[in-house]
Design a protein around this ligand. Structure first.
Ligand code: C6P
Length: 404
């Protein structure tokens, strides 16, 4: 049995006041806070083993390399990748998706189609627009329906032999919708398309088994799962990683370099040019250990309780509209009021020490679908509790009295 109240004490940042009120941090979909274990791992890295990786025979470099590579093994286990070399370190989900999109420049042309959903973060949309512009391929969109889930009939219609690539998220950051990854992947593979999943919100909130899901690529960010900013991963199936050309050229990604030409390193290093964000990768390893100690089942049960309680508390507020009511949702409550701008509400919540995100959440097509300027988004993590939800509900009521 996990003691979630005790676990909250491991996050030093949560124990402070903002505008004279105890902080309520409900912006976890933007980034999670870091437990002491992660902070300690980074301090230890810089205090004891800082060195460049894969480059020196000296002891510190080997220690740094071991710590750096240990995280790759943990990530392989986390997503059940068949091989460790299928985990590529990147700068984050955005970096991962751009790597794939760039690689597809040499694989697509006019007549080919890229299918993306309307539910995407701009990170899983703009790179495909750029790819379409570059190659002459056509971009098509799976629309969303009123509850914020994907129109699956339309998805099936769009998945024709012309579709060479399907990209969608595991979980929507704006609405919390959990998408049927396995089903969509099966449909895409039936027409020969490659499947790219944005797992920025999937990895922190759901178990991920890339072999069971069957996906070709799965992207994630450390900072959304209690780890540091500036690093992330791309899982890629070996066949696809071998097919894609390198993303960036530089040190580490080569096998031989002459004045005339270069040959490239094997996986995963072919995609890891330059000195990586070593301390962040090491810190991510500590975050993965921390999450493992809780276990995904306990985490999901905890967050499901907060979602049920939060939905009930918010729905009781007069005039509140909840955006995203799909049957399977995760850790996000997005809401608004017909007569109020989300920024005004967010500002008044901040005055009460409550941190939420307001606006479009980098998902403008979703906001356009609902014809709204944005939402107020409360999002949960392991350390969130019912008291946070109560403070949010009371805070919203108070803000409403001030604004109306
Ligand atoms: N969403 C949010 O507040 P990066 O910035 O590369 O770590 O992650 C980008 C990204 C991609 N896909 C999804 C589904 C995401 O949620 C995010 C990041 C944050 O919702 C910051 S915009």
């Amino acid at each position: 049995m996990i003691d979630f109240a005790a676990l909250r004490k491991e996050f030093p940042i949560l124990h402070q006041e903002v505008h004279g009120k105890p902080l309520v941090y409900l912006d976890n979909a933007a980034t999670t806070q870091k437990p002491q274990a992660v902070i300690d791992a980074i301090v230890h890295y810089y205090g004891q083993i800082n060195s460049n990786v894969h480059r020196g025979v000296h002891t510190l470099s080997q220690r740094a390399t071991d710590a750096f590579e240990a995280t790759r093994g943990k990530l392989q286990k986390l997503v059940n990748a068949a091989h460790e070399h299928e985990i590529i370190y990147t700068t984050g989900t955005t970096g991962s998706i751009n790597l794939v999109a760039h690689g597809f420049r040499s694989l697509l042309g006019p007549g080919d189609e890229i299918v993306v959903s309307q539910l995407e973060h701009h990170s899983n949309l703009v790179p495909w627009q750029m790819l379409a512009q570059h190659t002459g391929a056509t971009l098509r969109y799976i629309p969303i329906v009123a509850d914020g889930s994907l129109d699956l009939e339309e998805a099936q219609r769009l998945l024709t032999p012309s579709c060479k690539l399907l990209a969608f998220n595991h979980i929507s950051n704006a609405l919390g919708t959990v998408n049927p990854v396995k089903q969509l992947t099966e449909w895409a593979h039936a027409v020969g398309a490659c499947v790219v999943v944005d797992g920025a919100q999937g990895l922190p909130h759901r178990p991920v088994d890339v072999q069971d899901l069957g996906v070709d690529f799965y992207a994630g960010s450390a900072h959304k799962m209690y780890g540091p900013t500036g690093t992330g991963m791309l899982y890629g199936r070996t066949e696809w990683l071998e097919k894609l050309p390198p993303y960036q050229g530089g040190g580490e990604m080569i096998s031989t370099v002459t004045m005339a030409q270069s040959t490239y390193a094997g996986l995963p290093f072919k995609f890891e040019a330059g000195t990586p964000n070593i301390e962040a990768v090491v810190g991510w390893g500590a975050a993965l250990d921390w999450m493992n100690a809780i276990g995904m089942d306990a985490l999901m049960a905890h967050e499901a309780d907060l979602m049920a309680y939060g939905t009930e508390r918010l729905k009781a507020i007069d005039g509140l509209v909840l955006f995203g009511t799909a049957p399977e949702k995760s850790a996000v409550l997005s809401f608004g009021f017909a007569d109020l701008h989300p920024y005004d509400l967010g500002t008044l919540l901040d005055q009460q020490g409550i941190a939420v995100r307001t606006g479009q959440h980098c998902t403008q097509p979703i906001m356009d679908y609902y014809s709204i300027p944005g939402t107020v988004r409360a999002s949960f993590a392991a350390y969130s509790n019912r008291e946070d939800v109560d403070r949010l509900a009371v805070g919203v009521e108070r803000a409403l009295r001030m604004l109306r």
